[in-house]
Design a protein around this ligand. Structure first.
Ligand SMILES: Cc1cc2nc3c(=O)[nH]c(=O)nc-3n(C[C@H](O)[C@H](O)[C@H](O)COP(=O)(O)O)c2cc1C
Length: 215
């Protein structure tokens, strides 16, 4: 068995193992809004980015502002149904119940990338120019994971959603966000309320995914 020098390492890995996806959420919080904000702020500030470009942008929506996001998303889908882009039956039986389940949560963290802020560094390091956009997406994903982990450590359940680009325009308008903030993902959270969650998870054998040499 591996022995760690620092007990925090075991604690961290235990948190990693227990982070799961929860869809059944209620609009309650085990911690203060300030504590939630601190988790998000630390995850924005201290997660690394390539060349320290700090391209991630984040918006924390709580309670009514969170509901506003999912109402806005429902409206966008109703427009798609009316225009014939989404079948009404599919919307009513599948999409709407999902969106209402998100709305029943306590908050949503919106994660964005400011790709435009990379213009100067792309010119300066032309040889890496095509790498900066994917690096920025990787960096914002790290923040998503950290917020997800920390919220669940505090007793929340969360799920990660991607309703971009469908809701981009409405989101920017609703919270008056800079045009250069490109929406990447939405992390929905609340107190878990479905005893059957988390669902059982299958793992591919680690041997097919990991190798070690020189041990
Ligand atoms: C990059 C990424 C994108 C994901 N996108 C979605 C999504 O759009 N909708 C969703 O319900 N879950 C999404 N998930 C959640 C995964 O389906 C989920 O994490 C995976 O099935 C493992 O389950 P677990 O989170 O319970 O460990 C995403 C997860 C990752 C890492």
């Amino acid at each position: 068995m591996s022995a760690f020098k620092n007990p925090a390492t075991s604690t961290l890995l235990d948190l990693v193992k227990s982070r799961r996806t929860y869809y059944g959420l209620k609009a309650e919080s085990p911690i203060s809004d300030d504590a939630i904000q601190r988790i998000v702020e630390d995850s924005v500030l201290h997660v690394p980015s390539s060349f320290n470009t700090q391209t991630s942008r984040v918006v924390l929506l709580l309670k009514d502002e969170h509901k506003k996001l999912w109402d806005l998303t429902i409206k966008v889908f109703e427009g798609l149904v009316a225009a014939g882009h989404v079948p009404k039956e599919q919307f009513e039986s599948s999409t709407l119940p999902k969106l209402n389940a998100f709305k029943a949560g306590y908050g949503t963290v919106l994660f964005f990338v400011d790709f435009e802020s990379l213009a100067a560094i792309k010119e300066k390091f032309a040889i890496y120019a095509d790498k900066f956009d994917p690096f920025a997406t990787e960096s914002v994903a790290m923040s998503q994971y950290l917020v997800w982990l920390a919220l669940e450590a505090e007793g929340f359940g969360a799920n990660l959603q991607h309703y971009t680009p469908l809701i981009d325009e409405e989101v920017a308008k609703a919270w008056d966000l800079p045009a250069s903030w490109k929406l990447d993902a939405q992390l929905v959270f609340g107190v878990p309320q479905n005893p059957s969650e988390p669902a059982e998870k299958q793992f591919q054998p680690l041997e097919s995914r990991f190798k070690v040499f020189g041990k």
